[in-house]
Design a protein around this ligand. Structure first.
Ligand SMILES: [Zn+2]
Length: 320
């Protein structure tokens, strides 16, 4: 059971209990690549890094959501690129093709009930707790799954937007994704939204016939094209978001990177920003990352295994 911490001076405590035993309801490893537990030496080094720097900026990627049941794109064997030939839709394709948009929304509609119901895991819970006690000043996430906010984190910058909001390409009107789901249901009463396999942006497989018959609404405000408020592959992160990340890195003491290979430039740019600001950088990730050779600390491991060993959520122990 997780005990919410109310102590402002929470200590970081080492524990050797596996996170699956401590938090069985918060761990699902079906989409997590095989990985040995991090060594005690590595855990100790990470703890020292976290203790040494007063306030952290944390960059998260798909690797922290896999334990909530969302597969990532790139992991060997269990990632989507390894399981299928699927490639995510490109920004240009979405904007230029009504057929592509219809296909996108039909799949997204079917996947939405499951995608939107997924729960934060132990990593999200620990980061929320760490923000509460003042250790984490800001989370920059590449994930569009809203799991940091669901966990209760307040200072979250969504680098690639969120699947939980929809925008109009013409007038910038924004609506809640749940509201759009209700509109889809009214327009497509014979289509049942259920799916087993989902993708990091809520995408699933549906038949060609289902796609062709799917009705997509236009913007209520201006009749324009509706698009999820997500930065698609081939699109750019908004300038204001980049500047917001930069300001947070400059005002905080170090950058901790969790569960990302930093393959996209928008994520790698966060590393460059931290380097420019002369901030120490640590990475926890199962696979190799683009910045392995240029950071202060690099630990191979699963975040849901490593983080509980340095952040103990049990309030009674924190008081010891
Ligand atoms: Zn509009």
């Amino acid at each position: 059971m997780i005990v919410r911490c109310t102590c402002r001076n929470a200590k970081l405590i080492l524990t050797s209990v596996p996170s699956e035993r401590l938090y069985p309801h918060l761990s699902s490893l079906a989409f997590v690549p095989k990985c040995d537990p991090a060594s005690t030496e590595d855990v100790t080094r990470l703890k020292e890094f976290v203790d040494k720097h007063e306030r952290l900026c944390v960059l998260t990627g798909a690797g922290i959501s896999t334990e909530s049941g969302i597969p990532d794109y790139r992991s060997a064997e269990v990632g989507l690129y390894a399981r299928s030939t699927h490639k995510p839709m490109l920004y240009k394709e979405f904007c230029n093709s009504e057929t592509a948009r219809r296909r996108y929304w039909a799949r997204n509609y079917i996947g939405w009930p499951r995608f939107s119901s997924l729960k934060p895991n132990i990593t999200h819970e620990i980061l929320k707790h760490s923000e509460h006690v003042g250790k984490v000043g800001c989370i920059v996430t590449q994930n569009v799954d809203n799991l940091h906010s669901k966990a209760g984190s307040k200072e979250v910058i969504e680098l690639h937007g969120t699947a939980f909001r929809v925008m109009c390409l013409t007038c910038d009107h924004k609506i809640c994704r749940y509201e759009l789901q209700r509109t889809f249901q009214k327009l497509n009463p014979s289509m049942i939204a259920t799916a087993q396999m989902i993708r990091p942006d809520g995408d699933v497989d549906v038949s060609q016939a289902q796609v062709e018959g799917f009705n997509v609404p236009a913007c209520d405000n201006c009749g324009g094209i509706l698009k999820p408020d997500i930065v698609f592959f081939g699109d750019n992160v908004p300038h204001d978001t980049v500047q917001n990340v930069k300001a947070n890195i400059e005002s905080l003491d170090a950058l901790l990177i969790l569960g990302t290979s930093l393959s996209t430039f928008s994520a790698y740019r966060v590393v460059l920003q931290a380097r420019d600001a002369k901030k120490p950088i640590a990475i926890v990730n199962i696979g190799e990352t683009r910045a392995d050779k240029s950071v202060d600390l690099r630990i191979k491991g699963r975040c849901g295994d490593v983080l509980p060993k340095i952040w103990q959520l049990n309030a009674s122990k924190e008081k010891s």
